[in-house]
Structures are given as structure tokens and as C-alpha cells.
Design a protein around this ligand. Structure first.
Ligand SMILES: Cc1cc2nc3c(=O)[nH]c(=O)nc-3n(C[C@H](O)[C@H](O)[C@H](O)COP(=O)(O)OP(=O)(O)OC[C@H]3O[C@@H](n4cnc5c(N)ncnc54)[C@H](O)[C@@H]3O)c2cc1C
Length: 624
């Protein structure tokens, strides 16, 4: 189980002598009457947790075959777990207690003995607040703080590092906390008249990507958000937040104009560039679930752009190739990416291999955003892609390829089309991630690839100037993981703004706590390693160790001075303070703010600022 793993991985501090949060096994745990009183205070919105799979277990009081059929049918949908007060997208982080089972006792993921195991709460919270009002959140935060109970915050439960579930906790579930407002002109509270007004959208904590994009679209505008429609805006932007528009407008963190939050002492605070500025800085990059419970956020909006979508599919064709030739070809494509990024392209890259697909393949889904006034200009995009096509034509002994462009008069339609063809699958297995930002120097020796030679791309790939290690790195990563992706330019706005008139300035971007490695990398690699959800704790520990020491280390060796994205990172990265927060002064400044606003550690999550003051073991959270 997760809490057991933390004990093993994070600390060897003597448990008996530690000062710990209360659990239901302790005398300090509040009585039923105290919870009933809290429930009255929050208008009956406190839920006593039951795991969603319990309706499938005949031994459980809420056993219900009809409801069980629904749970079994929807278990792999991220919306199902977002809609459930208790569950999370990757239930393995709660120890996968009480998985839904078929009548023969086999779990939804194929574990034959699941029906024989105990159906308990595992690492899920004990109580959940269905939060729809700020004062209810305040009441629960104060209660958890006064009673020394661990507090958890869940929006969608998407966190791939398990940060939105906690054993023996009270959880604040923001899914139904929904309100929104469009501002033609927004100025943050207390800011002087010379502070610029912005087109903006105010959202409450339950906002998810699709709803935000659709709302902005109704106003002929866009707001930055993630690629997947189900991602929650708050968890996304507090960690940095990349997505299909961030190459032009900056990260999620960069686009926040104001937040309202309930701090760990239960006070409501408005933070922006003119008041509570240190909290405002910390929240934008310092991660969710750390500095308070955010109830509302106001984000910049922009006039909607048009876009040209580019789809590329490259497939291995040489059956005698052991992968070396294929990855050498792909290395050549990577060498072109910094230039494509400078020309305005951004998007997601997918690298797949047999047996997951019939042949090795490399594909991308890129966008070229443009002001709407530019009209349909796909021939300009074709010109920009000519070097890529020339290069791929020269590689026909190794690969075949398809390349297509499509113009969308409104960016929203291109996103809507793409997202409908890429449904998010969760909960099908355990998951271990590793990721890394990749600086341009790791892709090409830029001095060898000046702009003037870009158009004669075939001449660029002599053995003398070909980067030596990229192809073998790509191959070794690809062969050791289940899923391998790269994101181009969604972390660093392009230097040129050839088609858009309103990108934020560099000065505007650098006022957040996002570490510098976000700004200097055109690319991010990220990998997913899945594992069956019925393996033993020891086997699971081996998986995580092999990811940390295997692909995680390969990525670090490849880009030693870069870092990684805390929302898409290795949950057991031993250098997480440096990898996620840049270490040094940046991390220390974040930790100082955390200590000031949360001296009692009311909020705690894995690999989050201030985690290092605590350790979790056997479902308990204790001071280190
Ligand atoms: C299918 C999928 C697609 C993804 N796509 C992208 C993508 O395109 N771009 C990208 O950058 N990332 C992406 N991610 C990663 C995503 O950014 C993180 O999973 C993020 O943490 C999700 O936030 P959430 O609020 O939805 O999730 P949750 O798991 O509910 O919360 C994540 C963290 O935020 C905290 N939190 C949530 N709400 C609040 C609040 N109101 N106040 C304080 N803390 C809060 C939680 O406590 C937790 O620590 C994706 C993840 C998945 C699973």
C-alpha cells in the first residue's frame, strides 16, 4: 500500500517517538458526535467514505449488483473517478483497496483473487467534504487543524503521483464547486490604476479543462489549460501546467491573475501581484495541496486564435533493423524540432513499439497557432515543414511517413476534434512515471544548425555533427517503458511571435516560482511504466526502484542540469526538491512560505514543498 511504501522509501526515522496525526485507531480521533456537529456546520455535506468498488462485494453492507455493473463499466474512465467523492484516477495509490469485482471474484483488471481480499478504505480518506461553499471549506480546514487530522484536497483525482488521496484523512472534494465569470477587463484587488487590465475568466475550484475551454469559446476567447478534457485547472496550474496553448501564452502558472484560498489556519485570503504577493508567487509553481485550499482563480484570457493542425506518422519499414536505423532517423527529426518550435509549432509526440503497435512508430499532433486575421494559410505551414519532408524522403529505406495539415478557423475546434479521438484511460493498472525537460543543447549542437543552413537540411546530418547519444537514448528508453511521449514547446514560449500579437512578455512570465528549467527547454520527455495492480508490495517497490534507477536515471544523465515536472514526475525521485522546484534558493523560498502559512503541517502530499518535515508509515503521518 502507498503509506507502507512511503515508510520504506522516504524515511527510516523511528516511528514510536514521532509526533503523528490522529487516526481512527487513536484516542485523539474525534467522536462520532463531533463529526456529526461538523456535518451540521457544513449543511450535511460531509460524506462518510466507502470505496466505490464495495457495491460489488457481497460481504459489504452496500452490496448492489446493479450499481456494481455501472462501476465495472466505468472503472477505466477518468470522469468516473472524478465524480466519485472517494476514489482517484490511479487507485493503486490508495493500495487499490476493494477493487470492483465480477460475480466470480475476479477484479475488473483481471486479478482472480480480488473477491477474497478484505474490502477496506486502505489509503482513501475517512470523511469527504462535498465542497461547494468557501465557509464549508473553512470549517473543515479548521476542524482538521484543531483535531490534528491529516487534510487532503481532491479535485479530479488525476494526480499521477497519488497526491489527492490520503489514508486516515478528511478530504476536501471540489468537483461540484462550480462558478464562472467572464471579464472584459479585470484588475486584481488592491492593484493601482496603472496595473494593466486584462481579458479574464474567474473560475471556482471544480473547473476542468473542457468546461473552461467551452466557456471561453462562448466569448470568442481562449484560456490556457491542459490537453486532456478532464484535467482539473487548480492542480494543473499550481504545478506549472502545459497544454495546447501554452507555447504562445505561457504556462498555467503564468496566466493566473488572482487566487482566493483558505489557508491552513482557516482564513480566506486573496493573493495577487498587489497583496499577499509571496503566497501568490508560491502557488504559481509550488504545487497544489500545499499552501491552502484554492477556492477561486482568475486567469488571463485571449482573443481566440485560428490554428493549423499538423499530423505526422512515421513508421519503421526495415524488418531487419534492430531499431538502430529507426532511432537514428528519429534523432534527425529531433534535431529539426528546435527550429520548428521557433517557427511556432508545438504539440505532443508519441513513440510506440511492438508489441503495443505492429511496428515501431513515431507520431505527432502539432499546432501552428495564428491570429484569426491570417486566414487559411496552410501553404505557409507547408513551406515551414519542407525541410522535414526532404529529410524524411531521404530516409525511405528505413521509414515511411504520412504528413497532413488541416486548417481550423477557431482553435477550439481543433482541440475538440483531437481530444475526442484520445480518450483518457485510468485505473487499468499501477503506474510509475519519469520525466525530464530536455534543453536544446541535448538535441542539437546549435552552432552546427544555423538558420541559414536550415533549408538545406539534408546536408546537416553528417556523422561529424550528428548528436551522438540521442538515438541510443531514445531507443533504450523506448524499450524499457510502456508509454513514451515528448512535448514540444509547450513549456517555453517561442522566441518569435510571427503569427500572434498578444503573447505575454518575458517579464510577465518570470514572476512565478516555476524553476528556470521550465524556461530553457524546448522539449519534455515523459515516460509511463505500468504494472499489474495485484502485485505484492515488494514487487511494486521493485518497479518504482527500477524506474527511478533505470529510465529516470537515463533521463537525468541525458539532461543533467535540467529538472522535471512535478505533475508528471517520478513520485520517488530522491532529488525531488531539485527536480521539481529547482532546489537551492527557489526551493528554500517556497519552504519558508510553507512553514509560515502551515507551521502545523495541515496539508501534506508526496514530493510537495515541506514534505521533508514529515514521513508517512502504516497510514500515519508523523513529524520527521
Ligand atoms: C489523463 C491525464 C492527462 C493529463 N494531461 C496533462 C496536460 O495536458 N498538461 C499538464 O500539464 N498536465 C497534465 N496532466 C497532469 C495533471 O496536470 C496533474 O495530474 C494535475 O495534478 C491534475 O490536477 P487535478 O486538480 O485535476 O487533480 P487532483 O489529483 O485532484 O489534484 C492534484 C493536486 O492538486 C491539489 N489540488 C487540487 N485542487 C486543489 C485546490 N482547489 N486547492 C489546493 N490544492 C488543490 C491536490 O491536493 C493534489 O495535490 C494529466 C494527467 C492525466 C491523468
Amino acid at each position: 500500500m502507498l503509506f507502507f511504501r512511503f515508510g520504506v522509501f522516504l524515511s527510516a526515522v523511528a516511528f514510536a517517538s514521532a509526533e503523528c496525526k490522529c487516526t481512527p485507531k487513536d484516542e485523539c480521533w474525534p467522536s462520532s458526535a463531533e463529526f456529526a456537529a461538523l456535518n451540521d456546520t457544513v449543511s450535511g455535506n460531509l460524506i462518510l467514505s466507502t470505496p466505490p468498488g464495495s457495491v460489488c462485494h457481497p460481504s459489504e453492507p452496500d452490496f448492489n449488483p446493479k450499481k456494481c455493473t455501472f462501476v465495472l463499466q466505468n472503472w477505466f474512465s477518468s470522469s468516473f473517478h472524478a465524480n466519485d467523492p472517494v476514489s482517484v484516477g490511479f487507485p493503486k495509490w490508495a493500495g487499490n483497496p476493494c477493487p470492483p469485482i465480477y460475480p466470480n471474484g475476479t477484479s475488473v483488471t483481471g486479478s482472480p483473487n480480488a473477491g477474497r481480499t478484505l474490502c477496506d478504505l486502505g489509503g482513501y480518506p475517512v470523511y469527504v467534504l462535498n465542497a461547494t461553499r468557501v465557509e464549508d471549506i473553512q470549517a473543515v480546514v479548521k476542524f482538521a487543524s484543531e483535531k490534528n487530522i491529516r487534510l487532503n484536497v481532491k479535485s479530479t483525482g488525476h494526480s499521477v503521483e497519488g497526491r489527492s488521496t490520503a489514508a486516515n484523512s478528511i478530504s476536501i472534494w471540489t468537483h461540484h464547486f462550480l462558478s464562472r465569470e467572464f471579464h472584459e477587463s479585470f484588475r486584481p484587488k488592491s492593484c493601482p490604476t496603472e496595473y494593466p487590465d486584462h481579458l479574464a475568466v474567474s473560475l471556482s475550484a471544480g473547473a476542468r479543462v473542457r468546461e473552461v475551454y467551452e466557456f471561453a469559446h462562448q466569448h470568442n476567447a481562449v484560456v490556457v489549460g491542459g490537453s486532456a478534457e478532464d484535467v482539473g485547472i487548480i492542480g494543473w496550474l499550481t504545478g506549472g501546467g502545459h497544454g495546447p496553448l501554452t507555447s504562445r501564452y505561457g504556462q498555467g502558472s503564468d496566466n493566473v491573475l488572482q487566487v482566493t484560498l483558505v489557508t491552513p489556519n482557516g482564513k480566506v485570503v486573496i493573493a495577487n501581484e498587489c497583496q499577499n504577493t509571496d503566497l501568490f508567487w508560491a502557488i504559481r509553481g509550488g504545487g497544489g495541496g500545499t499552501f491552502g485550499v484554492i477556492t477561486h482563480v482568475t486567469m488571463r484570457a485571449y482573443q481566440a486564435p485560428s490554428t493549423i493542425a499538423h499530423l505526422l506518422e512515421v513508421t519503421a519499414e526495415n524488418e531487419r533493423d534492430d531499431g538502430t536505423a529507426f532511432w537514428n532517423t528519429i534523432e534527425g527529426i529531433y534535431a529539426l524540432l528546435p527550429e520548428l518550435k521557433r517557427r511556432g509549432f508545438s504539440g505532443n509526440i508519441f513513440m510506440d513499439r511492438p508489441p503495443l503497435v505492429p511496428k515501431r512508430s513515431f507520431s505527432w499532433n502539432f499546432n501552428l497557432l495564428r491570429d484569426k486575421s491570417s486566414g487559411n494559410d496552410t501553404h505557409e505551414a507547408e513551406r515551414l515543414l519542407a525541410p522535414l519532408h526532404l529529410y524524411l524522403d531521404s530516409q525511405s529505406a528505413t521509414v515511411s511517413y504520412k504528413s497532413s495539415l488541416k486548417f481550423y478557423a477557431d482553435w477550439f475546434d481543433s482541440w475538440d476534434h483531437a481530444v475526442r479521438t484520445e480518450p483518457g484511460v485510468v485505473a487499468s493498472s499501477g503506474i510509475a512515471m519519469a520525466s525530464r525537460f530536455i534543453p536544446e543543447t541535448a538535441l542539437v549542437n546549435t552552432s552546427s544548425f544555423p538558420m541559414s543552413t536550415f533549408n538545406s537540411v539534408l546536408g546537416l546530418f553528417s556523422e561529424a555533427n550528428r548528436p551522438k547519444s540521442l538515438a541510443s537514448t531514445l531507443q533504450s528508453i523506448s524499450e524499457s517503458v510502456t508509454g513514451f511521449q515528448a512535448h514540444l514547446a509547450i513549456h517555453q514560449p517561442s522566441e518569435l511571435s510571427p503569427f500572434l500579437s498578444t503573447p505575454p512578455t518575458a517579464a510577465e512570465l518570470n514572476r512565478t516560482s516555476l524553476p528556470a528549467h521550465w524556461r530553457s527547454a524546448p522539449l519534455q520527455f515523459f515516460t509511463v511504466t505500468t504494472y499489474p495492480d495485484n502485485i505484492t508490495i515488494e514487487e511494486e517497490r521493485e518497479v518504482f526502484e527500477s524506474v527511478t534507477n533505470g529510465v529516470g536515471q537515463v533521463l537525468k544523465d541525458f539532461a543533467p542540469t535540467a529538472g522535471s515536472y512535478l505533475n508528471e514526475g517520478d513520485a520517488f525521485d530522491p532529488d525531488w526538491q531539485v527536480s521539481y522546484f529547482g532546489g537551492g534558493e527557489n526551493y528554500e523560498a517556497l519552504r519558508k512560505i510553507k512553514r509560515r502559512v502551515d507551521p502545523e503541517g495541515v496539508l501534506w502530499c508526496v514530493g510537495c514543498v515541506g514534505t521533508d518535515g514529515w514521513f508517512a508509515k502504516d497510514g500515519r503521518l508523523c513529524r520527521a
